[in-house]
Design a binder for this molecule. Structure first.
Ligand code: UD1
Length: 418
């Protein structure tokens, strides 16, 4: 069993290159199914979730090679239209394969994704939208069965701007006759990246980044090449780490406007943050002050995926910070582990009140989920003494060799086996 051994208390100094976005590469890999030919995808980070997506594509019949961070997906010969339960369980977001399999094969069979560490993860918005496009959808014995012989584009109004549902509809709509409009679509940057890939394979899509996306169904081309956008959540994680541990770090290869809310909140807390076209620097010389209330919201609001990491920084702030989690029901699970390190956090439903303390102390803790795990690493790097962080397979789902990034900044963190 692997764990991180962390000796805390060192300032973080240096620069980090930000990797390709996990939440962008997954839908883009799923979208390669729409393009029966060679799809060359650059900047694919080596992550467990990306490996899981590759396994699903191979199971469906794609031929895939990896050279460094470039994945070449040849989806000329698709031989199956199902994703077995074992592969669905590896990656919750594998439901993103539903729309493209249906579009490519006219039918799809996936096991239901079930819940996850963040609470129940319903897919009603995905399924309702596919039904509206003309698919028949049934759920039987834990399996979703979809058939679509002649899907017709139409207006789909989402009751909540779900990221995954928006992506699934965009992908399914490419196979519809006529036009689809997604109203109250999610506006996350990863959706713009998906649109950019779809345009490269010849799909007719516009509006991503705004609340209304239009897709005109039609044929795609045979070869496409795309570079995945930088991971805004990885960038936000290192900003929170710098705020908690103090120091001076530079993040390269990022799009600062994607993390504007994180930059603004950390600036209010006293960090000195400067942005350039593809780069952000943060200097944090003193203990940060309490943060203004943090409300997680769909983009462009504060991202739920950065809430845990910011909470780790708030544990060391001067004063009290209130967090309100509006996206997922169960996203404060890191709080109990942070309290083992001396944090003072009270959770009540969707609200957490964090009373800052001068010092955290090293402890043995367990990752509860991907971003909660990233928060524990931040707390351990800022704490006095040594920590052991277990269950780091959660972290490997979304960060490529996190320990190397922190080590290059002077943090003392080692991956060890027990
Ligand atoms: C994506 C991201 C995830 C991020 C989340 C919110 C990927 C691979 N994952 O997840 O990292 O935390 O966006 O920014 O991109 N909901 C329903 N019914 C549905 C779908 C969603 O009720 O059919 C609810 C969910 O339970 C949740 C909320 O909508 O409460 C947001 O979910 P959604 O935006 O769909 O998140 P994901 O696409 O799963």
């Amino acid at each position: 069993m692997s764990y991180f051994a962390v000796k805390g208390g060192t300032k973080l100094i240096g620069s980090v290159n930000i990797n390709g976005a996990k939440n962008s590469v997954l839908p883009i890999l799923a979208a390669t199914l729409l393009n029966a030919g060679e799809n060359v995808i650059h900047n694919c980070t080596e992550l467990r979730d990306v490996d899981s997506a590759v396994k699903i594509l191979r199971h469906l019949g794609c031929r895939i090679t990896r050279q460094g961070k470039t994945l070449t997906v040849d989806s000329s010969n698709i031989i199956r239209c199902d994703v077995p339960e074992s592969l669905m369980r590896e990656m919750r977001s594998s439901v993103i394969f539903l729309g493209p399999i249906l579009a490519r094969c006219g039918q799809a069979r996936l096991s239901t994704p079930g819940g996850c560490e963040l609470g129940p993860r319903p897919i009603d918005l995905h399924l309702d939208a596919l039904r509206k496009l003309g698919a028949t959808v049934s759920i039987d014995g834990g399996e979703i069965l979809c058939r679509a012989d002649n899907m017709q584009g139409r207006d789909i109004v989402l009751s909540f701007p779900s990221v995954g549902a928006t992506e699934n509809i965009m992908l399914a709509a490419t196979a519809c006759t006529g036009a689809t409009r997604i109203i109250n679509a999610a506006r996350e940057p990863e959706i713009e990246d998906l649109q950019n890939f779809l345009l490269k394979i010849g799909a007719n899509v516009c509006g991503a980044g705004r609340s209304e996306i239009s897709v005109q169904g039609g044929k795609t081309r045979c070869r496409a090449e795309h570079t995945v956008m930088p991971d805004r959540i990885e960038a936000a994680t290192y900003l929170c780490a710098a705020a908690a541990c103090r120091g001076h770090i530079e993040l390269r290869d990022i799009r600062p406007r994607h993390i504007a809310t994180v930059i603004s909140i950390l600036s209010d807390a006293g960090c000195d943050i400067k942005t350039d076209t593809n780069c952000v620097t943060i200097k944090s010389a003193r203990r940060i002050s309490a943060l203004p209330p943090v409300q997680t919201m769909p983009y462009p609001g504060f991202p739920t995926d950065a809430q845990s990491q910011l909470m780790a920084a708030a544990c060391l702030a001067e004063g009290t910070t209130v967090f309100c989690e509006n996206i997922f029901e169960n996203r404060f699970r890191q709080a109990g582990e942070l309290c083992r390190m001396g944090a003072r956090i009270k959770v009540s439903g969707r609200t957490a009140v964090v009373e800052g303390t001068k010092q955290l102390s090293g402890a043995s803790v367990r990752c509860t989920d991907l971003r909660g795990g990233a928060a524990l690493v931040i707390a351990a790097l800022a704490a006095t003494g040594e920590s052991r962080i277990y269950d780091i397979e959660h972290i490997d789902r979304g960060y490529e060799s996190m320990e190397n990034a922190y080590s290059s900044l002077g943090g003392s963190i080692k991956r060890k086996e027990e």
